[in-house]
Design a protein around this ligand. Structure first.
Ligand SMILES: *Cc1c(COP(=O)(O)O)cnc(C)c1O
Length: 384
């Protein structure tokens, strides 16, 4: 198996970071300009967030000691849940230890044998796994294809139907057609669950994510998933929805019940990052300016940009070997961008997944463009 992974350029290795997350990171003693973290707002190593983590640990210790339903649910967890509910404009929110676990737990709690789960083909792996692990039937529709989804919904006799989609697709950066998803869900009496891991904090005038971007609320999208390891810069995840949804999950979601609560200090740190996310709108504005600058520059270079308005700006190169070679060429130029290969993306869809962050400045984006121009020079431009 390992040899096969190597010959197909699919072998995965890890970099050991010797620094915190930042516009620049240190690997093997060398400094790299990083364009591959999900720390979109630059909060992962923000002093106020780190201070809250310290203070949280001093006050509540390093570990939570138990699951939420035993004695692991402490004051910081509870306060964070209330603040996340207010932030998303929903009656309740429930913390999970990771986004992966939230997705597994929610789908399995809501969809049982005899039900059907409908998923976009490009949904995050944790959502696909959630559909597979539930006892329900899993139907996948072509990416963002609302006609195909409508046909599947109309032709399905299940009593309970659950539609599940990423809000912002994690490897492509495009935004799901949420208004149409919500209309289809209502028309077919299906639940709609949106995993907004890459939208929260980034999209919408106040960082409310993909739902705020479209002006949708609880009635349109009853089940909202957020992860805290991306724009929030910390760790963990949450589900936000009605009182009834949250109480159902507390009773039934196995990945909530049978696992240790995340450390209370992490919850304190997240409260600090939520505050910054809400108060410092300039982070989002700066980020969107960088996205526009990157796209304009890439267009001038003739690069094959994807239709993404978000900080996720993939350059699809197709072949896994080529993606790895390009990533290595960038590393030699002091720029860190990971090559994303199958099965994370479809066969033939290997890419450089570039992510921008509010930590970057314009000169750094220009440096990225310059390096991309060097390694991806369009043949026609070279000949001319
Ligand atoms: C990262 C991600 C997850 C997983 O969240 P973790 O907290 O890292 O486990 C789930 N869904 C999407 C869309 C993601 O991008």
């Amino acid at each position: 198996m390992l040899a096969r992974q190597k010959t197909h350029h699919l072998y995965r290795t890890r970099h050991v970071l010797e620094s915190p997350q930042g516009a620049e990171v240190i690997i093997d003693g060398r400094r790299y300009l990083s364009f591959c973290s999900n720390d979109y707002l630059g909060l992962a190593s923000h002093p106020a967030v780190v201070r809250a983590l310290h203070e949280g640990a001093s006050e509540y210790g390093a570990g939570s000691g138990a699951a939420h339903l035993v004695t692991g649910h402490s004051l910081p967890h509870h306060a964070l849940e209330e603040e996340l509910a207010a932030f998303t404009g929903r009656p309740r929110a429930l913390l999970f230890s990771t986004g992966y676990m939230a997705n597994l737990g929610v789908v399995a709690a809501l969809a049982e044998r005899g039900d059907t789960v409908f998923e976009d083909r490009l949904n995050h792996a944790s959502l696909i796994d959630a559909g597979l692990l539930s006892q329900a039937r899993l139907r996948r529709y072509p990416h963002a294809d609302m006609e195909a989804l409508e046909r599947q919904l109309a032709g399905d006799a299940a009593e309970h139907k659950l539609i599940v989609s990423d809000g912002v697709f994690s490897m492509d950066g495009d935004i799901a057609p949420l208004s149409r998803l919500a209309a289809l869900a209502q028309g077919h009496h299906a639940w709609l669950m949106i995993d907004d891991a890459h939208g929260l904090g980034v999209l919408g005038p106040s960082g409310g994510g993909t739902l705020e971007h479209f002006g949708l609320g609880l009635d349109d999208v009853p089940i909202l998933i957020g992860t805290l390891g991306k724009a929030f810069g910390t760790f963990g995840a949450f589900v936000a929805g009605s009182e009834e949804l949250i109480e159902t999950l507390i009773q039934k979601a196995r990945t909530y019940i049978y696992t240790t609560a995340l450390p209370p200090a992490i919850a304190q740190a997240t409260r600090a990052s939520l505050k910054l996310m809400r108060q410092e709108g300039w982070r989002r504005e700066h980020l969107h300016q960088l996205v526009a600058r990157f796209r304009a520059g890439a267009q001038q270079l003739g690069l094959a940009l994807s239709p993404s308005q978000t900080p996720i700006q993939p350059l699809i190169v197709g072949d896994a070997a080529r993606a790895v070679a390009l990533s290595e060429a960038l590393m030699q130029r002091g720029i860190l961008i990971s090559a994303i290969r199958p099965p994370t993306v479809p066969e033939g869809g290997a890419r450089l997944r570039i992510t921008l962050s509010a930590m970057h400045n314009e000169a750094q984006v220009d440096r990225l463009l310059e390096a991309l121009g060097e390694i991806l020079a369009v043949p026609a431009a070279v000949e001319a």
